[in-house]
Design a protein around this ligand. Structure first.
Ligand code: SF4
Length: 210
């Protein structure tokens, strides 16, 4: 038996019972995290904001960080050492005593997060986009997918921090913002490469049974 973590975006695209049953039939047992990383990551950004006067960049989306590489200015901006939420989840599972020697699969909503995660070389842990995993296991042929109107983690993650924040999604919007030096007016910049968030990532299947 292998163990699998289903990311929250994919989780909402299926009927849980159907997904769990199909996974078990294919030799995968679902695992969940025990810590609220969504909340803890937010707290880490709050702490980082208190420690700098630079504009903090959201590091939850590796592809967005990559997209603004040419505009990055270390005199004015800070990429805090805060891993994406999914990476926090994977580290918890990789370090869990009861799963230590077990093979763990972490599904991602995009190829970019899978690539980023695999570079960390977490013990017995493999990151794979849901799309690739579903096609490899042929789960895409067995399961009906639900269309999501919005991401389970939509733009606006930092709103409650009450600091001057601009929330961006989509490569062109992100680049246009930095090209115009608009970061100078903000304490924090939320950036999601995919329009409206991870439900539009290249690692999810919007309509497998078309
Ligand atoms: S916004 Fe897109 S590229 Fe960024 S983490 Fe989400 S799915 Fe991946």
């Amino acid at each position: 038996m292998k163990y699998i973590f289903i990311n929250p975006v994919v989780d909402q695209m299926y009927i849980k019972e159907e997904l769990d049953k199909a996974l078990i039939e294919n030799g995968y047992q679902r695992v969940e995290v025990q810590t609220d990383w969504h909340k803890i990551v937010k707290e880490k950004y709050t702490k980082a904001l208190k420690e700098t006067n630079l504009t903090i960049l959201d590091r939850r989306c590796p592809k967005a960080i990559e997209a603004i590489h040419e505009y990055f200015n270390k005199e004015e901006m800070l990429e805090p050492s805060i891993e994406p939420i999914l990476i926090h989840c994977a580290i918890e599972l990789a370090n869990r005593e009861d799963l230590k020697d077990k093979k763990k699969i972490i599904t991602t909503p995009c190829e970019s997060l899978a690539y980023y995660g695999n570079k960390l070389n977490l013990q017995n842990t493999e990151f794979i986009s849901w799309k690739v995993f579903a096609k490899q296991t042929r789960l895409d042929e067995m399961l009906e997918v639900k269309q999501l109107e919005a991401s389970p983690i939509p733009p606006g993650y930092f709103t409650e921090l009450g600091v001057k924040t601009t929330s961006l999604s989509g490569e062109e919007n992100i680049k246009a913002y930095f090209k115009s030096d608009l970061h100078r007016q903000d304490e924090l910049v939320e950036m999601l490469y995919c329009h409206h968030g991870c439900n539009n990532g290249d690692g999810v299947l919007m309509n497998e049974r078309k």
